[in-house]
Design a protein around this ligand. Structure first.
Ligand code: BGC
Length: 422
């Protein structure tokens, strides 16, 4: 039951009056509607930990889950809700899109929460910059996912006599061995965001970090129209022969399940896939192996989940919304959430002792790649370019992946044109 309360008399003020019996006082219990797309096994467990943390503060959680990996469906639903003047309190929005939404004037300023929580000191600058619009926080970061991972079933590899690949030549040797052993070499979900996830891994592994940055972050036309790009596209398309005929339309978590069950040998996916392995009771190093996607060990493509906070009219709900933001940046939540989600904490200084080897490697590679200049935003996960450009490139990549006729050269021209989308 929501008790009547004076929003100005906030939890903070209550905390100051230590002599009073807390539970007897009317606490400002608000409701926070949260839009997200965390519906798979591992994702749902992680989302549940966020809901529980909010409820612990006395607020209620209104779930607004829109299924669909990568979040394209969620973004479409969000647009129609905001246009009709009915925005949720918080929505999972990432990367440059945060700026687009802020420019619309619909996001709330949460500088007071950020200041009280010392966010500027606790976040890498590359992250805090993205959470701010005109110098003010409008979003809270949740975690850091690494995209350039390859997930391997070691039993399947053993059966095929295959070795975990560290470059693309080795990848094709392993894929061939798995195929000969009667296994599906690559579990792929043929949805455009998964095609682009694989493509960016190939671009990084075949072209290298500088090429990745020039072509997929800076959208440099010379890099997009280069011999390297043609080679990347050729390599990307070669992978298709190692996927199964049921891959079109498959959800990413079903592809993970194929690796978990040993029907398939490997999957290219960010480390939210680890959340699926863990939720299925599998242990890293034993039941599954995480290794950087071929040729990308020294680089790190990042994908930072974040929640943008929308302007609300109801003052109590707005206080609850701020409590949600503060909770997300809390060290306990940062740990629990990432343990379930497969990611690493975004807040610096969170202890990694409860995390597994994959997460520890991710954490150390995040730091070393930042120093080496090989920390790169994932284009497939909304980190690198405006969403309209990403959408156009994504369509061109999938068209090439699905076509029997389109040459790498034709695809290259289409992608270069897509990169000019305004
Ligand atoms: C999100 C992850 C999510 C994944 C699959 C990514 O874009 O950042 O949080 O688990 O999509 O839905």
């Amino acid at each position: 039951m929501t008790k009547a309360c004076n929003p100005a008399f906030s939890r903070k003020a209550l905390a100051a009056i230590t002599a009073i019996n807390f539970s007897a006082l009317p606490v400002c219990a608000g409701e926070v509607e949260v839009l997200h797309w965390w519906t798979s096994g591992g994702e749902a467990k992680a989302a549940q930990s966020l809901k529980a943390s909010l409820q612990l503060k006395g607020h209620s959680w209104k779930d607004f889950a829109v299924a669909g990996g990568g979040g394209d469906s969620a973004m479409t639903v969000l647009k129609s809700r905001v246009v009709s003047g009915n925005a949720p309190a918080a929505a999972q929005i990432k990367g440059p899109s945060l700026q687009d939404w802020a420019r619309e004037g619909v996001l709330a300023n949460i500088d007071d929460v950020a200041k009280a929580g010392h966010w500027d000191d606790l976040l890498p600058k590359v992250v805090s910059d993205q959470m701010k619009f005109k110098g003010s926080y409008i979003a809270v970061p949740v975690n850091v996912h690494r995209v350039n991972w390859l997930w391997i079933n070691p039993q399947a590899f053993k059966r095929a006599g295959a070795k975990a690949p560290s470059n693309w030549d080795e990848f094709f040797v392993a894929a061939e061995a798995l195929k000969k052993a009667g296994l599906i070499p690559v579990a792929h979900g043929g949805q455009n965001w998964q095609d682009l996830t694989l493509f960016e891994d190939v671009a990084l592994g075949v072209g290298g970090s500088d090429f990745y940055r020039q072509a997929l972050v800076q959208l440099d036309q010379a890099a997009l129209n280069s011999a390297t790009m043609e080679k990347v596209l050729g390599t990307f398309k070669r992978v298709k022969a190692y996927t199964d005929k049921n891959s079109p339309g498959r959800d990413w978590n079903l592809a993970s399940a194929m690796v978990i069950k040993g029907e398939a040998g490997m999957q290219f996916m960010g480390d939210w896939a680890k959340g699926e392995f863990i939720a299925a009771g599998k242990a890293p190093g034993k039941d599954f192996i995480c290794t950087p996607s071929p040729g990308s060990a020294k680089a790190f493509t990042y994908n930072i989940d974040s929640f943008a906070m929308f302007k609300l009219k109801n003052e109590t709900n707005s206080l609850a919304q701020k409590d949600l933001a503060a909770t997300i940046m809390g060290p306990e939540f940062q740990e629990t959430f990432s343990l379930n989600k497969g990611s690493i904490p975004v807040r610096v200084g969170v202890k990694m002792d409860k995390f597994d080897e994959c997460a520890k490697q991710s954490s150390s590679d995040f730091g070393s790649s930042a120093k080496a200049g090989t920390l790169l935003p994932s284009i497939a996960h909304g980190m690198a370019v405006p969403s309209a450009v990403e959408g156009a490139i994504k369509d061109a990549i999938s068209q090439f992946w699905n076509s029997d006729r389109m040459s790498a050269r034709e695809a290259m021209q289409q992608i270069a044109t897509a990169a000019r989308t305004k």
